[in-house]
Design a protein around this ligand. Structure first.
Ligand SMILES: C[S@@+](CC[C@H](N)C(=O)[O-])C[C@H]1O[C@@H](n2cnc3c(N)ncnc32)[C@H](O)[C@@H]1O
Length: 254
């Protein structure tokens, strides 16, 4: 079979530009159908900014990963974890949060001093947010991941980060179903990047309610890509205190 020729750099760049121009056109057309020209302009300007900033953001992510010896990149073509490993079969596949989104969210958390709060990522994947949360100086940092392969990678990343930043707060990774996680009894920030469906989220919210009943304390729940926000909206001990295009923040009503 003849060897396939690689497209030239110019051809690849043209393909990327065409793909992005196509995405931009589709977004503007859909926004126009939804809400007219003002929505189309807002959505188009937003997407244009995102696409223009993408190479610089990717470069920064790679630089941080190299500096701390992490590998938190998205997986391609790895098998789904065993569905029996969790109480409900509604897990969302691993995909790391873009660092700039997480940093923006950290800045919007209603905290005086992160050192008074434990940080927990429910569905931590390879642990990207754990290093960033440690860098933000939370009291302690915990990841919960039910997929053993991802949990092992998150632990390796936590060791690598601790070696690169020796005075950072401790990072612990639990390889368990989020439904079985016992919340820390201290004031906490709980982070979720749309890790699972409504069934698991309901069970997790019930655990949190019981835990707050036993030990009333301030808990801030940051939900990125809040696909099942209705579950948390219905939770009597939580109230929504902020939201933006990509996330919603809830606080315990204690
Ligand atoms: C969208 S990824 C988010 C990864 C990480 N939080 C981040 O922001 O970079 C969702 C993760 O949740 C994990 N997950 C899904 N269901 C879970 C469950 N029931 N218990 C613990 N982890 C779960 C998935 O394996 C996946 O790694």
């Amino acid at each position: 079979m003849p060897a396939q020729r690689q497209p030239s750099l110019v051809r690849r760049a043209t393909m990327v530009v065409n793909r992005r121009a196509g995405a931009l056109k589709r977004t503007v057309q859909q926004a126009h159908r939804r809400g007219g020209w003002s929505t189309a302009l807002t959505e188009g300007a937003y997407l244009f900014g995102e696409l223009a900033a993408r190479p610089a953001r990717r470069w920064r992510e790679q630089r941080l990963e190299r500096r701390w010896n992490l590998d938190t990149r998205a997986d391609t073509s790895v098998p789904h974890p065993d569905p029996g490993a969790a109480a409900f079969d509604d897990a969302v596949r691993y995909s790391p949060i873009p660092i700039h989104h997480f940093e923006r969210l950290l800045r919007r958390l209603p905290l005086d001093d992160p050192r008074d709060y434990a940080y927990v990522d429910l569905g931590c994947g390879k642990g990207r947010t754990l290093a960033l949360a440690a860098q933000h100086r939370f009291l302690e940092v915990t990841g919960v991941e039910f997929d053993t392969r991802l949990g092992d990678i998150a632990r390796a990343n936590a060791y690598a980060y601790a070696a690169a930043v020796p005075d950072a707060p401790a990072i612990t990774v639990h390889t368990i179903d989020a439904v079985d996680f016992q919340f820390p009894g201290t004031p906490s920030v709980i982070f979720l990047f749309n890790p699972f469906g409504a069934d698991t989220l309901k069970a997790v919210a019930n655990n949190l309610m019981k835990s707050l009943d036993d030990e009333p304390r301030r808990v801030i729940l940051a939900y990125f890509n809040p696909v099942h926000a209705d579950v948390l909206e219905a939770c009597p001990v939580l109230r929504r205190t902020a939201s933006a295009r990509h996330w919603t923040i809830y606080e315990s009503a204690t």
